[in-house]
Write a protein that binds this ligand. Structure first.
Ligand SMILES: NC(=O)N[C@@H](CC(=O)O)C(=O)O
Ligand SMILES: [Zn+2]
Length: 446
């Protein structure tokens, strides 16, 4: 980072200094322009601009300028498993992946079910200063699904928790879920559900289908997800509340979301890059790197999810970045932990699965990676238009420079990427958070 970069401060408020992004194309449209960000805000956009004294200058080389990405589903392992990820290392991975805000899930150890922890996550994220780390609060105490956590206290803390989730586990008791939705409505916050009927996934480690049957892996049926999606849509309808579905993975979930949205129910959903790209064909060979919850499904699911994202039935892409230690991913398939890295590879997979096949243009990428997630969670300073006066939260994408993924070169403290040695079709040239360059030079530059 240049010595002229704006100064990061611990509160993350206005930052001093300027950044000039040369030769970038907002949303991939029109001729390249220069964009000036001063004191955290976009101050000039034009074919020629005045470069402020001492500005940090980035050559965008005709690349695409997008609003900084917002990830609704990130697992940073702090507190508890700092050997696998910290708020610092995860923030670095996020910035390199083009993100300016992430939501840190509550399944830490101890669980983020109180404001002491959620406030600490927020403060640590601010001290690191590479990405806005928004803490997610647990819905229930200890993620046990029995007793509601102190949602109001977490929402009122400095961490300003606006999303609650027991992710990793489903809030499976319908009465608890109903109460959580009612409280959330009153507080103006969002419940994000890991949709998994636990009675249908006892011992399950792979998508229930021909592949799992042939390989002798206990199957996780689509209905385990879909039954909770429809139940929670009905509960949200009755409570007049909003519900968000984490990592939608099946064709049937898409149909249920379409139905619920048609009914005017306030349900939103995310899909992960891996559920857009990978299928259970990956399980041949029993490599635990491919173990994830919900499991990799079949091609017809990936195709339905891609189309749903293009149509707006699925609202956004979320990484479900889930770092695990190598010894937890190198053991027998049944014993391995579920989850895969996602922050540094999300954009190129969206390019591969949606932009290249013509399902999304770059405006669409801005929508699913930045604008919709910011709207769903109610962030007012992210996912904004690229215009003078708007916050300087920006990402520059080079769509023509491929790079090869190597887990040990990623910024994450873990290396459990399912894309090892795969070529990625697009590179993040630079990420800017409130006028500070937080990453530059490509994802592989850890
Ligand atoms: N997705 C996963 O397979 N694992 C996540 C939990 C989760 O998102 O369900 C994790 O925390 O490791
Ligand atoms: Zn989950």
């Amino acid at each position: 980072m240049s010595a002229h970069a704006g100064t990061a401060d611990a509160t993350g408020s206005a930052r001093s200094g300027s950044v000039v992004l040369h030769q970038v194309r907002p949303y991939g449209e029109g001729d390249p322009v220069d964009v000036v960000v001063t004191d955290g805000q976009i101050t000039e956009i034009g074919a020629t601009v005045t470069v402020p004294a001492g500005a940090e200058e980035i050559d965008g080389n005709g690349g695409i300028l997008l609003p900084g990405f917002v990830d609704m589903h990130t697992h940073l392992r702090e507190p508890g498993r700092e050997d696998t990820e910290t708020i610092r290392s995860g923030s670095r991975a996020a910035a390199l992946g083009g993100y300016t805000a992430v939501f840190a899930m509550a399944n830490t150890n101890p669980v983020a079910d109180n404001s002491t922890i959620t406030d600490n996550v927020w403060r640590t994220g601010r001290e690191v200063g590479l990405v806005d780390v928004h803490p997610v609060g647990a819905v229930t105490v200890g993620l046990k699904g029995e007793q509601l956590a102190e949602m109001g206290m977490m929402a009122a803390g400095v961490g300003n928790v606006r999303m609650f989730s027991d992710d990793g586990k489903c809030v499976h008791d319908p009465l608890i879920m109903r109460r959580a939705l009612e409280y959330a409505k009153g507080l103006g916050v969002l419940i994000a559900q890991h949709a998994e009927e636990p009675r249908l996934t006892v011992g399950a480690i792979a998508h229930e289908g021909p592949t799992a049957a042939r390989l002798g892996l206990a199957g996780w049926p689509r209905a385990a997800e879909e039954s909770i999606v429809v139940r929670d849509a009905l509960l949200a309808r009755d409570a007049g509340a909003r519900v968000h579905i984490c990592h939608a993975s099946t064709e049937g979930t898409v149909e249920l979301l379409r139905w619920a949205k048609d009914q005017g129910i306030s349900v939103t959903a995310e899909v992960t890059p891996h559920h857009l790209l990978l299928t259970d064909a990956r399980l041949e060979g029993y490599d635990p790197i491919n173990k994830v919850n919900p499991p990799l499904r079949e091609e017809r699911d990936t195709l339905a999810l891609r189309q749903a994202l293009a149509d707006g039935i699925v609202d956004c892409v979320a990484t479900d970045h889930a770092p695990h230690a190598s010894q937890e991913k190198c053991c027998e398939f049944s014993a391995a932990k579920p989850g895969m890295l996602g922050l540094q590879t999300a954009l190129p997979i969206v390019v591969q699965t949606l932009v290249e096949p013509g399902l999304l243009d770059w405006r669409g990428v801005a929508r699913v990676m930045s604008e919709r997630p910011a709207q769903i969670v109610g962030l007012t300073d992210q996912g904004r238009p690229i215009a003078v006066g708007e916050p300087g939260n920006l990402t520059v994408v080079d769509p023509d420079t491929p790079w090869v993924v190597h887990g040990d070169e990623l910024a994450s403290l873990s290396s459990n990427t399912p894309y090892e040695a795969m070529s990625m079709p697009a590179t993040i040239t630079a990420t800017v958070l409130r006028g500070v360059v937080t990453a530059a030079g490509g994802q592989a530059r850890a």
